[in-house]
Structure formats: structure tokens, C-alpha cells
Ligand binder design. Structure first.
Ligand code: BTN
Length: 328
């Protein structure tokens, strides 16, 4: 451990032992055996790392808030899964966790690898969009799977991930979640999570699939860009309270593992039927923007391959596999 980190940790331990009481700069300097100027420098360093530390000249310093950071060791110690999360790659910042997971898949990484990052510099959304990925507030996670299903059935994996994500959010926050076709998770008609699935496949078989899940957890509503395609919010925005990201991540991994077991043991329909019940557009009059075209009709149903069946306004039926839906 570097000297700076060692002293930072000593200061944090002293704060924790003193509960909510102030600790003078002199006490810190005596206990750690560094000058008072050095204590001040370390306090400033801790503040830059997100620690909130009060200071009053006559009293000293007091730790008010510890930054919300995830730790791979804690995650591994908390999850009780056999496949998903058995291997875990954790990064402070990456371009995209999906890219890392796809690379790992190409290099032969085992099924269940979880790639997690505190921030993404080039987070990827559906249809070539960007996924806003500020550091230390949200969840950016990609899971590598090697499922024994045929390529046309691959969309069921996105459905499964949407179900698991919606359920994990509800279990941790108590919020009611809906799935908007094809894979947005909504609370009160606002997007809190999105899923991007990428795969490497041949005609007959899937080599590997990466399911990338982004959840807006503790991002403040004012921090979302203004030009988003649809209204977005975070779990903090919905509940008014910060949500424990570690708890949400562990719940998500465990829920995904259960749903993946269901898919493997009971088949595609077991996921498909549950997913249909959670979808909010059945029977609704909708607009769908396809690339360069907008169609209007009633959402009649889904195909097990993830297609949306629309009865168009002039009564003809059409099945579409990608697009942006808005309810009229
Ligand atoms: C969407 O709704 O457009 C899909 C968003 C998917 C975002 C996640 S964040 C983790 C993973 N890494 C990425 O670059 N994208 C996905």
C-alpha cells in the first residue's frame, strides 16, 4: 500500500472510532506521527475523493459522509451465485464494459464473467446512441454468457435481463417497474435503466453473448442531458433517497442467476410469458420510429423471438424487431 493511502486509511479509522465527534488536527498529527500541514493535505485529498469532512477551527475535523464506492472483494463476498459473478472484473473507468466483456469472450473467458465499472467514457446505448455514464453514482455492468440456444432466440436473453433488472429494482427500492419494449425499464413512465445485448454467433450457434445493463441509481435529476430521447430519471429521483449500489448490484446478479437457471431448465417460454406480463404497451395505441419511418397502430402482442406485433391503423399486421415506441 502506498504511503498516502496508508495515512488516509489511518485518518478514516480515527474518524470512525471517534463516532460523530470532532478530532483536532493536533490529535491526528500525534496519532499518525505526521506534521499538521501533512494532516491538512491528507484531509484535502480525502475531500477530493468524495469524503465529506467538516472543519471548525476551534474543534478540528469530523467525518460526515463516506463516498459511495463499490468494492469487488465485498461483492464477491456477498453474492451466493454459482455461475454469474464467479469471475469479476472491476474498473474505475473504462470506455464501455460491454467492449471489455466482448473482448474477454473472444479470448475464451468463462460464462458468467461480470464486468463492472464506476464510470464509462464511451458508454454505449441501443441504436448507436451514447449511454450517459458519470462516475461513482450509477451501475454499469456487463455479463458474459455462453447459452445453448439458437441465434434467432437470442432476444430472450435481453428479455430475461430486463425481467431480472426490473425485479431487482423493485426488491431493493419497493418501486413499481415496467418494461417498455424492447428493453427499457421504466418507473412512472420515465426510464431508469437500459439494456444493450451484443453477441458473437455463427448461423447455427451462439459463441457468446454480452448483456450490458445500465441503471441510473444515485444520479441527480438535474444532471441528465436535456436532449434525451425519452424522459429519464434515477432511483434517487424516484425515491428521494440514495440507494445502496452494492446491495442493488448483488440483488441483480442473484436475480439474473435465478432467471438464467429458469431459462436453461424450463425454456424460452418461461421467460417470455413473465416478460409479456411486465410490458406496458399491450393493447395501447403506439407510434414506432423505425429507421427513417414512423408507423402507428395497436400493440397486439410479441413473438417469442422478441418481435412486436402491431396492427397498423389500416388493419394490416406487422412484426418489428427494433425501434422506439411511444404511447399515443
Ligand atoms: C439503451 O437503453 O440504450 C441501452 C443502454 C445500455 C447501457 C449499458 S451500461 C453497461 C453496458 N456498457 C455499455 O457501454 N452499455 C451497457
Amino acid at each position: 500500500m502506498r504511503q498516502t493511502e496508508r495515512i488516509d486509511n489511518l485518518i478514516i479509522d480515527i474518524f470512525k472510532n471517534s463516532k460523530d465527534n470532532f478530532v483536532s488536527g493536533q490529535t491526528l498529527s500525534n496519532k499518525i506521527k505526521v506534521s499538521r500541514a501533512a494532516v491538512w493535505k491528507h484531509i484535502e485529498g480525502l475531500r477530493k475523493r468524495g469524503y465529506v469532512i467538516d472543519s471548525i477551527p476551534s474543534k478540528g475535523y469530523r467525518l460526515v459522509e463516506i463516498p459511495d464506492r463499490m468494492s469487488p472483494d465485498e461483492i464477491k463476498g456477498s453474492i451466493k451465485t454459482g455461475i454469474i459473478g464467479k469471475d469479476l472484473l472491476f474498473f474505475d473507468e473504462v470506455d464501455s464494459t460491454n467492449d471489455i466483456a466482448m473482448d474477454s469472450g473472444a479470448k475464451g473467458a468463462a460464462e458468467g464473467l461480470v464486468v463492472l465499472a464506476e464510470g464509462q467514457s464511451h458508454g454505449k446505448g441501443r441504436m448507436g446512441r451514447t449511454w450517459v455514464s458519470p462516475k461513482n453514482v450509477n451501475l454499469y455492468v456487463s455479463i458474459l454468457l455462453r447459452p445453448d440456444i439458437s441465434p434467432p432466440h437470442a432476444p430472450v436473453l435481453t428479455m430475461m435481463a430486463a425481467l431480472s433488472t426490473a425485479q431487482a429494482i423493485t426488491d431493493v427500492t419497493g418501486l413499481e417497474t415496467m418494461i417498455k419494449w424492447p428493453n427499457d425499464i421504466l418507473v412512472d413512465q420515465k426510464k431508469v435503466s437500459g439494456i444493450l445485448t451484443e453477441m458473437n454467433a455463427e448461423q447455427e450457434r451462439i459463441n457468446y453473448v454480452v448483456i450490458g445493463i445500465g441503471i441510473n441509481v444515485n444520479m441527480k435529476n438535474g444532471d441528465f442531458p436535456e436532449n434525451l430521447r425519452m424522459p429519464a430519471t434515477s432511483l434517487l429521483g424516484c425515491t428521494g433517497k440514495r440507494v445502496d449500489r452494492m446491495n442493488l448490484l448483488c440483488t441483480l446478479i442473484e436475480t439474473l442467476e435465478r432467471d438464467y437457471e429458469d431459462l436453461r431448465n424450463k425454456g424460452v417460454m418461461s421467460i417470455f410469458e413473465r416478460w409479456c406480463k411486465r410490458c406496458d404497451i399491450l393493447g395501447r395505441h403506439i407510434n414506432v420510429s423505425l429507421q427513417g419511418e414512423v408507423i402507428t397502430g395497436v400493440a397486439e402482442g410479441f413473438t417469442p423471438e422478441g418481435g412486436l406485433i402491431i396492427r397498423l391503423d389500416w388493419r394490416e399486421k406487422r412484426v418489428i424487431y427494433a425501434g422506439d415506441v411511444s404511447i399515443i
